[in-house]
Design a binder for this molecule. Structure first.
Ligand code: AMP
Ligand code: MN
Ligand code: MN
Ligand code: MN
Length: 297
């Protein structure tokens, strides 16, 4: 495993409770997937916000990492970049996102998985394009492809085009009316399993974290099942803190961590500047959590 020494973490403030820390954000996106900022602009923003440790975790791609790394070196930016990825997985008809942190992006197994996931994305995008054409939106597919460029093609690109063309009043409505689960232009994706994603992340020397457990629209019973499965598959941690989570939700996730012996992660899931969330904002682990970065120190 690519261990980080404490020297590599100069900004993390270690207090007696072990929880207080410098500004850490372990979940963010660039335009290499469905984020709006370039890797350079994301680093500039993180720098402005005085983030000490930032993970870039684009959907099924690591393309941003070299670009961000080169920029950090060129500009001498005082940020520790954690190489990451957010892998889409399939579980009982739900799409569960597994974040890999501190991965070796050049590991053959990871590169193989990325190529399979990219393939699944391209096939799904084409089928989604056909369904949207049947809804009367002929050129959405081409526009979404060009918006995605060389990066991962995601439903967010389709949503942006549908919004830009005035077919829906917000991006969220594009999901609610057309491309969300069960809607007219929804296509079931062919993602890998949770077990495979975790295993590849581990092969590549990384730590596997379940992204935003509150966002899967699962009942308490099914959420517990998911966490049990994640633990059985050797998952390492849960995202306990996201800007949108209230105190009670953070406490519930922390309780799952304690019950199943999982580490706690935190991140903004930053995609674009907005009123509601930004890099590193409102991110502090609750008392009693064992931080995921303990593994790296
Ligand atoms: P994909 O991974 O291609 O299915 O794209 C899903 C991405 O679309 C997520 O990572 C979110 O950033 C974004 N998104 C925005 N609203 C929704 C929604 N209602 N359901 C799912 N994804 C959404
Ligand atoms: Mn996204
Ligand atoms: Mn996600
Ligand atoms: Mn994300």
């Amino acid at each position: 495993m690519a261990l980080l020494s404490t020297v590599d973490f100069p900004h993390i403030i270690k207090k007696t409770d072990g929880i207080s820390h410098g500004r850490i954000d372990l979940h963010s996106h660039t335009h290499c997937s469905d984020g709006e900022l370039s890797p350079q602009a994301l680093i500039d923003r993180a720098w402005n916000y005085q983030i000490d440790v930032l993970a870039i975790t684009d959907h099924d791609t690591t393309q941003a990492l070299d670009i961000a790394d080169a920029y950090i070196k060129e500009k001498n930016v005082p940020i520790k970049l954690i190489p990451g990825i957010e892998i889409s997985t399939a579980w009982h008809g739900f799409e569960i996102h597994i974040v890999g942190l501190n991965v070796d992006k050049n590991h053959a197994d990871l590169m193989q998985l990325i190529s399979e996931q990219q393939n699944a994305r391209e096939i799904r995008a084409e089928l989604m394009g056909e369904k949207l054409a049947k809804c009367g939106f002929d050129d959405v597919y081409d526009k979404a492809l060009s918006l995605a460029g060389k990066g991962s093609i995601t439903r967010a690109h389709f949503a942006r085009v549908l919004h830009q063309q005035g077919h829906v009043s917000t991006m969220q409505k594009a999901f609610d009316k057309f491309i969300g689960k069960g809607q007219r232009a929804f296509v079931k994706p062919n993602w890998c399993s949770i077990e495979h994603a975790i295993s590849v992340i581990h092969q590549a020397g990384g730590t596997a974290v379940m992204a935003h457990p509150i966002r899967y629209d699962l009942s308490a019973k099914w959420l517990r099942r998911l966490i049990v499965q994640f633990k059985e598959d050797q998952g390492d941690g849960l995202e306990v803190v996201l800007p949108q989570m209230n105190q009670q939700q953070r406490q519930t996730m922390l309780n799952y961590c304690l019950e199943y012996n999982l580490l706690a992660s935190l991140g903004s899931d930053f995609h674009r500047p907005s009123k509601w969330s930004d890099l590193g904002r409102h991110l502090t682990l609750p008392d009693g959590a064992i931080p995921i970065w303990k593994q790296w120190a």
